[in-house]
Design a protein around this ligand. Sequence first.
Ligand code: THU
Length: 178
Amino acid sequence: GIRDSVNGLVGSEMCIRDSGRCSGLVETPKQTETWVSGLNRKERWILPANLHKLAAAAARKAYAPYSGFPVGAAILTTDGRIFSGCNIENAALPEGWCAETTAISQMIMDGGGRIAEIAVVALKADQCPPCGGCLQRIFEFGAGSAKVHLCNAEGIVETCKLRDLLPRHFVKSGRPSV
Ligand code: THU
C-alpha cells in the first residue's frame, strides 16, 4: 500500500518520513502541501520545500564535468512516492541527459506512476525550466495540471503548471487531450 511504498524509500528520501533524523527538511504542513490520498495527517508533509531539498541533494550528485552546470530534480507521484535524479553528461556531448530524465527513470524502475509535482534546481542558475524534451517526458507521466517548481539553490522561485510550460505537447493525433 501507500504506507509501504513511503516506508520503502531509501537513503535521503527516507528523511521525508523521519524528519527527526534529517535536519533541514521543512516539518510544518502548510496550505501548499500536496494532498496525498491515503496518507494520514501526520504523514501529509511531503511539501514542495522538501521536494526542493531533495532536488538540490540530487544536483550535488550531478555528473556534469563538461557544462559545469549541475541540475537536480525531484518527483512527487500522485500516490506519494518520491524520486530524484541528476544530469549525467558524457564525453560524447549529445549523449548526456537531464536531471528530470534520471528522476523519471527512477520512478519507472519502481513500477511507474503519475507525476503530481516536480521540482527542478540548477545550483548555478536563478531558475531552471525543464528543456523541451523533458517537458514532453514529464507530460508522458503527468498531466497539464502537474506542478513544476522552478528553484534556485535556496528554494522554490516559481511554481508553474506543466500546461503553461508546454501548451501543446506532442500527440500522434495532433490534438492534445489536456
Ligand atoms: N539540464 C538538465 O539537467 N535539466 C534541464 O532542465 C536543463 C538542462 C542539464 C543538461 C546539461 O547536462 C546541463 O544541464 C547543461 O545544459
